[in-house]
Design a protein around this ligand. Structure first.
Ligand code: ZN
Ligand code: MN
Length: 477
């Protein structure tokens, strides 16, 4: 049996989060609106109307292009892509063809084995979305709300080598889109849509075999599953001596199977020509610089910097840069703390992340500011409060928004390390628990933890548990 490798390219459509649609002033996001309530003569294709380009859509496209290391073209054109389909009221889609907004580009995908996969992008163009059709009670229903929503289409080279890598690319792309603030990138709401081209070849070969195209994969997990199944199918076919045919397949999410669809139109069928109702898009240097000055440090760059500058493990760096506001939270906390960054990372990853997950807030919305977090860690380091009190304090600060030091003072949370105070509580606990003392003395020494717990309880968590343990052991001995 030969060893095979998969060759995968992904075509993505990204919904930009502009306020309005790309050529009219209808609002862009109509996810929760009733069908056909968010339309106007322009986006529903009535005769005699003229499109006006949305500057914000072009600027968001420029930001994404720069983040993908693509070259923004000083001159690009809109073209008509002609095809007939009920959800396309004009009979054509305004898109870009041979003169797109940006060319070239790549994303570097860090792989679990430590290597980096360079995923190339040939071009990146702007286009309008079409409407939606659905079958209901034997009727074909059409909703034009989505017509004219701004999209970026971006196609990768055949650079991905497994279903996992395809899923990872989408995860990183989604992270990047949110980081840049150009798309909500919610796959369930079709903000990020993906078609996958899949072929296989003997491992290490340089040529490409005929590929199949998988349509309508609407979640990252679905991409992983559908692509994985298609790779397995192609290997089975080739092993059985069959040829792979260039099918278009549809992923049926509920059944978890791929189905063969109609054959696809070829480029020539679309009869592309320049959109006569729109001027070319000219991006002069000054405009470009103004837009690109808003380009933040990118997630992968920040991830690598966290590893190098703060000595974080890759695992920590990945999680802390999973979200832009979390990464900024971390850096501010580290600066205020000015101690070991890994210590800040631990507090963040264990406690603050749980808080974020439970509340659904983003890091910048917490009342527990990064400065307050750093202050709490410092209080623990200085021995003013013990670790448990520190953890409880996180919640209290989050609830009240008050400075940790104030809360410690007001609620008398400072740690009691005075031996005699702890000693008298230890004696009290032992006197109240003759049964447990007996079991301890007859060999059940693990009870020490229970005794320490009782002392901590009586002292409302303010005792130093190590000192309490020492005193208890001494008394019991
Ligand atoms: Zn409209
Ligand atoms: Mn497209």
């Amino acid at each position: 049996m030969t060893d095979y490798e998969a060759v995968i390219g992904l075509e993505t459509h990204i919904q930009l989060n502009t306020k309005t649609k790309i050529f009219c002033s209808c609002k862009a996001d109509s996810w929760s609106d009733a069908p056909n309530t968010n339309i106007c003569p322009v986006c529903s294709g009535l005769p005699g109307v003229l499109p006006v380009p949305n500057k914000a859509a072009i600027e968001k496209g420029m930001l994404l292009a720069a983040a993908m290391h693509a070259e923004i073209q000083p001159l690009s054109y809109f073209d008509r892509k002609n095809y007939f389909y009920p959800d396309l009221p004009k009979g054509y889609q305004i898109s870009q063809y041979d003169m797109p907004l940006a060319r070239g580009g790549y994303m570097q995908l860090p792989l679990p084995d430590g290597s980096v996969r360079q995923v190339s992008i040939h071009k990146l163009h702007i286009e309008e979305d079409a409407g939606k059709t659905k079958n209901e009670n034997g009727l074909r229903l059409i909703d034009f709300n989505r017509c004219g929503v701004p999209l970026i289409e971006m196609v990768t080279g055949p650079d991905l080598r497994s279903a996992d890598e395809a899923a990872q690319y989408l995860t990183r792309l989604r992270q990047l889109l949110r980081w840049l603030g150009v798309s909500e990138a919610d796959m369930e709401k079709a903000h990020l849509r993906c078609d996958a081209n899949v072929s296989i070849r003997p491992k290490g070969a340089a040529y490409l075999n005929p590929k199949t195209e998988i349509k309508n994969v609407n979640s990252i997990e679905a991409v992983r599953e559908a692509v994985g199944k298609e790779i397995e199918r192609q290997i089975r076919e080739v092993e059985a001596g069959h040829k792979i045919e260039a099918w278009t397949l549809e992923w049926d999410e509920d059944a978890g199977v791929l189905r063969k669809m109609r054959s696809k139109e070829t480029e020539a069928d679309y009869r592309y020509f320049r959109e006569p109702d729109l001027l070319p898009v000219r991006i002069h240097e000054e405009w470009k610089q103004k837009v690109l000055s808003k380009l933040p440090e990118l997630p992968l760059e920040r991830r690598n910097r966290f590893i190098n500058q703060y000595g974080l493990p890759e695992y920590d760096a990945d999680i802390l840069t999973g979200d832009r506001s979390l990464s900024e939270y971390f850096e501010t906390a580290v600066k205020t703390y000015s101690g070991d960054p890994k210590r800040v990372s631990n507090w963040l990853m264990n406690d603050v992340l749980r808080m974020l997950n439970e509340s659904g807030l983003t890091a910048d919305q917490l009342k527990l500011t990064p400065q307050f977090l750093a202050e709490i860690i410092k209080l623990v380091d200085a021995g003013t409060i013990n670790n448990n009190t520190g953890k409880n304090l996180l919640e209290k600060v989050q609830q009240t928004g008050r400075p940790p030091a104030k809360l410690v003072e007001e609620e008398g949370l400072a740690r009691v390390s005075d031996d005699s105070a702890i000693r008298s509580v230890c004696q009290e606990v032992l006197a109240e628990s003759p049964k447990e003392v007996e079991s301890y003395k007859s060999g059940k020494v693990t009870l020490i933890g229970w005794f320490v717990g009782q002392v901590m309880k009586k002292m409302r968590g303010k005792a130093d548990p190590n000192i309490a343990r020492k005193i208890l052991e001494e008394l019991l001995g």
